[in-house]
Write a protein that binds this ligand. Structure first.
Ligand code: ADP
Length: 237
């Protein structure tokens, strides 16, 4: 179902660069886990706007100071702040062949801006993978989520526990519980998704860029479904 936009394929004379892969879905849909895997498979950088903000918060930058209280409440960071951070990141040389977005775009304004940036920077194809999940599963996935401090590897104490409690199987570092993965904040994040992000499903459907993915399956099966879509679209590995 993933497709090349008609307006972009018609600019044949302009050399096109790589692919923008977007993971769209509510918090807890598994975007982070799948984005890491897709990025590794296609040798593309994994761009998580949530991770970028958490890094700014750790480094106590101006951006981090503005984002922190909003993130703690489960609200979105204003579009203009997200946009300048993303634009700067995708202008880096490692993004020339494309990138995998996890958590961006999250509003219609961000999607419109991304489209303009991609046209300006000559990114040829956009693939939007819509991670479809039953809302009842999300709370369990998010309250059970634990993340490795060093490498960002993701576990779930209910469904995908580490071999040793609190320790990452892959690099032995400590697993942490994100401060916004508590019930009250999760409800806010799910609400923000419904109101501000869900309209993107329609936005990308109209543009024939959306591929639905059954994100309730086991993580490996979800990865296999995504790989079938992207391999079929002939993204080079
Ligand atoms: P999740 O998808 O599990 O909610 P993320 O790590 O993607 O987690 O995002 C955490 C928080 O970072 C969001 O609740 C929001 O405050 C902020 N954030 C991340 N990406 C964006 C974005 N594109 N626009 C606005 N805020 C964002």
């Amino acid at each position: 179902m993933a497709a090349v936009t008609a307006d972009r394929s018609s600019v044949g004379a302009i050399p096109q660069l790589g692919h923008a892969v977007i993971l769209l879905g509510p918090p807890g849909a598994g975007k982070g886990t799948q984005a890491q895997r897709i990025a590794a498979r296609y040798h593309l950088p994994h761009l998580s706007t949530g991770d970028m903000f958490r890094d700014h918060i750790r480094r106590e930058t101006e951006l981090g100071k503005r984002a922190k209280p909003l993130m703690e409440r489960g609200e979105l960071v204003p579009d203009d702040l997200v946009l300048s951070m993303v634009e700067e990141r995708i202008a880096q040389p490692d993004c020339r062949n494309g990138f995998v977005f996890d958590g961006f775009p999250r509003t219609l304004a961000q999607a419109g801006d991304l489209e303009r940036i991609c046209q300006k920077q000559k990114f040829g194809c956009t693939f939007v993978l819509h991670m479809v999940v039953e809302p009842t599963l999300l709370m369990r996935r998010l309250t059970g989520r634990r993340i490795c401090k060093a490498g960002g590897h993701i576990y779930n104490i209910y469904d995908r526990p580490p071999k040793r409690e609190g320790i990452c199987d892959q690099d032995g570092s400590e697993l942490i519980h994100r401060p916004d993965d508590t019930e009250g904040v999760i409800s806010e994040r799910l609400h923000a998704y419904e109101v501000q992000t869900r309209p993107l499903v329609e936005y990308y459907t109209v543009r024939k860029l959306l591929s639905p993915v059954d994100a309730m399956a086991q993580a490996d099966d979800v990865t296999a479904s995504i790989a079938r879509i992207l391999d079929g679209a002939q993204i080079p590995r």
